[in-house]
Write a protein that binds this ligand. Structure first.
Ligand code: HEM
Length: 209
């Protein structure tokens, strides 16, 4: 478990954010424990693999959030920065983005609940980015990190604004909240799967690297 997430978490969040937090807590814990991003001592190789893993999921999600944003909450996609960092590391990346947001096809995005659920994951991940950006600055000061730096910038005020907007957006309808929970879990799970896979050793001619 990482230090950042051991901070006492404020339990002031009321529904629907409390429900969303509880719904993804197991997935967040799994990312903390099973991905390189959640463990201290990230090396440049695993950092690059983790960026590629994020780039398999985030571009599609961000594109869908913009497309169906409908003025709900200001959102600036960070995909260009993520891709720039991956390419600066000399890594190859296949960016086939489609409207259904690859690997989160079960999320509709066009209904309010799904949109807020996915946005919850995006905004929440910026809180984690503050921890990751700080660690990178110390452990790997020379790696390109425009994505994590941008995600971390003003993450706390953005989170506060998101909480206000999300509370106002839900009218208490259980169906909306159910869709938000489904969406949040689908996006989070897609990220978890890719991040954990990125850390698996690659076996070449019988030698694990
Ligand atoms: C796929 C990657 C990740 C996603 C999608 C993600 C998502 C989230 C979400 C949704 C929240 C808000 C929880 C709430 O409702 O209060 C959150 C909070 C947080 N995350 Fe992550 N996270 C990720 C990775 C990480 C990692 C790797 C770390 C640690 C290095 C981390 C550290 C934190 C911290 C410190 C908070 C704030 C907790 C608090 O102040 O209550 N996250 N994250």
């Amino acid at each position: 478990m990482v230090d950042g997430r051991n901070h006492p978490r404020s339990d002031r969040a009321t529904e629907p954010l409390g429900a969303l937090r509880r719904a993804v807590d197991d997935l967040h814990q799994a990312v903390d424990e099973r991905s390189s991003l959640g463990t201290a001592g990230l090396d440049v190789h695993r950092y690059g693999s983790s960026l590629v893993a994020l780039a398999r999921v985030l571009p599609g999600v961000e594109q869908a959030l913009v497309r169906y944003g409908d003025g709900r909450f200001p959102f600036v996609p960070l995909t260009p920065l993520l891709v720039a960092d991956v390419r600066s590391l000399g890594l190859d990346i296949d960016l086939e983005i489609d409207d259904s947001a690859r690997s989160t096809e079960s999320v509709g995005y066009d209904d309010g609940g799904s949109w807020w659920g996915a946005m919850y994951v995006m905004q929440g991940s910026r809180l984690g980015s503050t921890v990751i950006a700080e660690r990178l600055a110390v452990d790997l000061p020379d790696v390109p990190r425009s994505y994590f730096d941008a995600a971390a910038t003003d993450a706390r005020p953005a989170w506060a604004a998101f909480r206000v907007a999300a509370r106002a957006a839900f009218d208490g309808g259980q169906a909306d909240l159910d869709r938000a929970v489904h969406s949040a879990r689908a996006v989070f799970d897609a990220l978890l799967v890719e991040l954990v896979r990125a850390d698996e050793p690659v076996v070449r001619e019988g030698v694990a690297t």
